[in-house]
Design a protein around this ligand. Sequence first.
Ligand code: AMP
Length: 376
Amino acid sequence: MIVGIVGGGQLARMLALAGCPLGLKFIFLDPDPEACAAPLGQHLRGRYDDWALLARLAREVDVATYEFENVPEESIGVLSELVAVHPNANVLAVARDRLREKALFRELAVPTPRFAAVHTRADLERAVAKIGLPAVLKKRTLGYDGKGQAVLRSAGDFDAGWARLGGARSILERFVPFDREVSLIAVRGGNGEILFYPLAENTHRDGVLRFSVSRPGDPMQALAEDYARRLLDTLDYVGVFALELFQVGETLLANEMAPRVHNSGHWTIEGAETSQFENHLRAVLGWPLGPTTARGYAAMVNFIGVEPDAAQVLAIPGVHLHAYGKAARQGRKLGHATLRAENARALHAGLDRLLALASPVKEAHDHRDSTESRVA
Ligand code: AMP
């Protein structure tokens, strides 16, 4: 079987790494000549809206998927007319637009921070009057990893915030003083079966995920599953899905969803019975899903901008290194390491060492209990 992936970055690469043992072959569509998935399959080099290339991809694969939500929705629409694409085109249309996504949360009674559409500079004042301050202005589309966002604390921030987003159609959200951030990774098969991984507790800096710790048995698991299930069933979703949530007291507020394998689920490669990558492939191929149970304690640390020395990383007990084969650039995700341990004490000891290697600047990392992170 041949799987087509729109996008050839590290998520496509890890999908291919999971698919090789299953006997699968891969074709990636990506404009980047250096696409890091390319060594693991065939690389169709071109734009995501190159109709001829999309048609060629459709001809050559049995099923197609995408590795990120910033693909034009028309491209996935066109592809869907030629070959089976999972998750479906409607899912992408909702997930790539923060306003439609939040509207769906509200429709399904999934709590979310207060929000309002901001399409003009004049809308901004009206939205602030409705939402209050502090608030976060975010581009409706094409923002990721904290890009295309501005925090507004007082009226003096409005002009700079609006200019920073380039006057793009946006959404204003109430800034949430959360206790912690968590994400739920789920997988839904073609027959409607849904399995959930244990919640991951996530720490971001400057809007970018730094590390995740899996929390099997977390008291918020059932509530998060209930919210995710409503979304998955409504969207007739097939594949792996991520729901990012803010916890405030005993409540969860949905921040965003991702229609794909997710950075906060990388720990599942070694930390779960079946990784999110393998389960995504099983789902889109209509194969039985694999168990999502955790194997002991697990965590994941991203390598951003700099890759620590491999020998030093591998000297940490229970560590697994994943280098993406990308050229180093500031702010770029270059790789990650998963840590596995038999008990929490060993996990956190390893995590201290790994975080010290991953961050060139010395900083305090609180990962033993609830973590603290805020928009810069
Ligand atoms: P996003 O791109 O929406 O996932 O935002 C990136 C990160 O910015 C989140 O993981 C949070 O750490 C932070 N953030 C985003 N929106 C809010 C909000 N409304 N209140 C507080 N923090 C936020």
